[in-house]
Design a protein around this ligand. Structure first.
Ligand SMILES: Cc1ncc(COP(=O)(O)O)c(C=O)c1O
Length: 426
């Protein structure tokens, strides 16, 4: 599709969209709401309600403790095998547990442990702060001789491979990056970067939080070592849904978990007093898996698999390009700038638009008294309005209407009605 500068084009694109029926499978019942924040918290799939109710009322309510032997014990692996299918991994290379931050800590620690003599930790300034904090904490924990280097972005949007190339060397133990960066949605070439690190003997840990469920990820094909990712964004697992981690099969023997909890032990119900790790990926579990939250992931993963990640990505790219064309036509003249790569091959599934009044513009978008609809994006400092495209439920008309509203808010200076004081969660 080349043009989407009118509502008619948008409506026609929606009518011809091969994924259009998926929207009805999500609880988006308010006709006055446009939701563009699936990159932060995915929408509730309708069937998840029944699924979770079944787990609560039947599995917990009636079967009680018996449910551990009737399915709960292996639920983390079952859900993980569905995730494996959309990140190009083998079923026995993924497990669902804890939060992304905790999983990141486990795998980064494991990498530093086996690369004992190497002291270099490399990431970039585009990475999500939690990952950087965890590296800082780890360096503090394992001893002062470790050093953390962050590759700098020239424009705050993307990264030249040469910036990484300059910093990775024979002392690098770990290179860790977000596959898709949280602010600009810049997308790394996973294969190229992994090869670069491997040439110097370093391990690579990918954060897939902004790619899983939105763009194709081919961990095995890229020979990726380790990965983590969250499930409450494009995987629609709900607030605080458990995260996942991946360790390539041949590394599982070599890497240890720093948290020797009973669910990661060989035979938890033997209650022996000497820890021995479970075989394979299960050793990266720590405590009791969150059964209710795990169950909430099931429906959404089935929806994503049935739609197909390639089709999802193809629509995401097309919608992103439409949005960017709308931006150039209507918004650039009003002081907005593009905070994401123009090239869809270098981008994930959200588009950031920047404006010096970005925060107040976001407030105006969300307020139904301004323009009649509630439009929900999110805001990332200092001036990024993130517009999340979730192809299973985002329509072309959602994007058209959002751009028209962004235009009207600045033209009419409606943002001036709002305070610039930040809410706790933006
Ligand atoms: C790229 C990335 N990594 C890590 C996290 C932290 O995830 P968690 O809250 O599950 O630890 C987030 C949260 O949004 C994220 O976007």
């Amino acid at each position: 599709m080349q043009h989407i500068l009118t509502r008619e084009f948008a409506l026609e694109a929606d009518a011809n969209d091969p994924l259009k029926d998926y929207r009805t499978k999500f609880q988006l019942d308010d006709p006055h709401l446009i939701y563009l924040d699936g990159n932060s918290l995915g929408v509730l799939p309708r069937e998840t309600v029944g699924k979770v109710n079944h787990v609560v009322e039947y599995e917990w309510g009636q079967r009680l403790i018996r449910s551990w032997n009737e399915g709960w014990y292996h639920r983390a692996e079952e859900i993980a095998s569905k995730i494996a299918g959309i990140i190009g991994a083998r079923e026995d290379e993924v497990i669902v547990a804890d939060s992304t931050s905790v999983n990141f800590f486990k795998l980064a620690w494991a990498a530093l442990k086996i690369k004992g003599e190497r002291k270099g930790i490399l990431s970039d300034t585009l990475n999500f702060p939690s990952d950087i904090y965890l590296l800082q904490g780890l360096a503090d924990m394992v001893g002062s001789s470790h050093n953390i280097k962050l590759a700098e972005s020239d424009d705050g949007i993307g990264m030249n491979l040469s910036a990484l190339e300059k910093l990775v060397n024979e002392d690098t133990a770990l290179l860790t990056l977000s596959h898709v960066t949280f602010k600009s949605a810049f997308r790394y070439d996973m294969k190229q970067v992994t090869r670069l690190a491997h040439e110097k003997g370093a391990l690579v840990l990918w954060d897939l939080s902004h790619s899983v469920g939105a763009v194709p990820v081919k961990l095995n094909n890229c020979n990726a070592d380790m990965a983590v990712g969250c499930t409450y964004k494009y995987l629609n697992g709900g607030p605080g849904a458990p995260a996942f981690l991946y360790v390539r099969r041949d590394l599982q023997e070599k890497l240890q978990s720093p948290i020797w909890g009973w669910f990661g032990a060989d035979n938890p119900f033997a209650f022996g007093l000497q820890y021995a790790p479970a075989q394979g990926i299960r050793k990266f579990l720590a405590g009791t898996p969150p059964v209710l939250s795990l169950s909430a992931l099931d429906t959404s993963l089935d929806l994503i698999s049935s739609a197909g990640i390639d089709k999802i990505h193809s629509k995401s790219k097309d919608q992103g390009q439409c949005l960017i064309r709308l931006f150039y036509h209507f918004l650039k003249p009003l002081g907005y700038s593009l905070g994401s790569p123009k090239d869809p091959e270098m981008r994930g599934s959200h588009v950031s638009l920047r404006h010096k009044e970005g925060y107040r513009i976001c407030k105006a978008l969300i307020d139904p008294d301004i323009g009649g609809k509630t439009i929900i994006p999110d805001f990332r400092e200092p001036d990024n309005i993130r517009l999340g495209i979730t192809p299973l439920y985002t329509t072309y008309n959602d994007l058209y209407e959002t751009v028209m509203q962004l235009k009207a808010i600045v033209e009419g200076e409606w943002f001036k009605k709002f305070s610039d004081e930040r809410d706790m969660v933006t």
